[in-house]
Design a protein around this ligand. Structure first.
Ligand code: SF4
Length: 257
């Protein structure tokens, strides 16, 4: 199928897409996106979590596979790196990896220490800004649209998710949330059915994975994201990739708090 001409994205255009695709399956949304955008201009931001592994499986079944990138914060679990290695082999996928800027990490650690994120929300958001938000901005340069594994049931901050969003933070590009209506059980069933490789930590009580120092196993009955930034209130549990963090002062060596 030829690539379609996509009109510039406006709130009205995105609202029309949401109306047209409300209730559509994940595969339908991805198939539409893969036909609508050249493969180099459509990207999956892959955390290597369960949802994103389901999306990798779906995307690699498409005739034109879009970009897949990982943000390597430098603080991931060893098991997550093992999975990245496995994904490259299993799918023959050239996964792009984006690192934080070395100078920004050095300035952050000099100012807040290696684990300053435990000391307050500002420090935590500053770390996420350096290690995740800025690399995401670079990863999305030149993209027309990106794909996420967000699900509505994951967090109070995600209950109003729509299939499409206008991402003003990254130049007014389109953001697709194909799994928005999926449940955790549905996600796991899909992965089992298709024998998708997953992170070994999921069997050790980690339903949701992020950076190693900011993720711990959840107890039976706890919320699925209770192990993420467990010392913070639920409404703060976003790293800035999907919600605007409070503005951060630019980090320069020796900058005061
Ligand atoms: S999740 Fe934790 S270690 Fe990772 S970037 Fe955010 S604050 Fe830093």
């Amino acid at each position: 199928m030829p690539t379609l001409e996509i009109p510039a994205f406006t709130p009205a255009r995105v609202a029309a897409l949401n109306s047209e695709f409300q209730g559509a399956s994940a595969e339908t949304l991805l198939t539409w996106a893969a036909h609508a955008f050249p493969p180099r201009r459509l990207a999956l931001a892959c955390s290597l979590g369960l949802e994103d592994m389901a999306l990798v499986e779906m995307l690699t079944r498409l005739p034109r596979v879009p970009r897949v990138f990982v943000l390597d914060t430098g603080r991931l679990h060893p098991e997550t790196y093992d999975l990245l290695q496995q994904v490259r082999r299993h799918y023959g996928l050239d996964v792009e990896v984006f690192f934080p800027q070395a100078a920004a990490v050095e300035a952050l650690v000099r100012r807040d220490g290696p684990n300053g994120f435990y000391e307050g929300l500002d420090q935590r958001r500053a770390c996420c800004a350096v290690r995740k938000v800025e690399p995401l901005r670079r990863a999305l340069e030149g993209a027309d649209a990106w794909i996420t594994g967000l699900r509505r049931e994951q967090a109070p901050t995600r209950r109003d998710l729509q299939p499409f969003e206008l991402d003003a933070e990254h130049g007014g590009i389109l953001k697709l949330n194909p799994l928005l209506d999926w449940t955790f059980e549905q996600t796991k069933a899909y992965l089992r059915h298709h024998r998708v490789p997953v992170n070994a930590l999921h069997d050790q009580g980690y339903p949701s994975l992020g950076c190693a120092p900011c993720t711990r196993p959840v107890q039976p009955g706890e919320d699925l994201r209770a192990g993420r930034w467990w010392w913070e209130e639920p409404e703060h549990k976003e790293c800035g990739l999907h919600a605007q963090p409070r503005p951060q002062e630019p980090l320069t060596p020796g900058s005061p708090r």
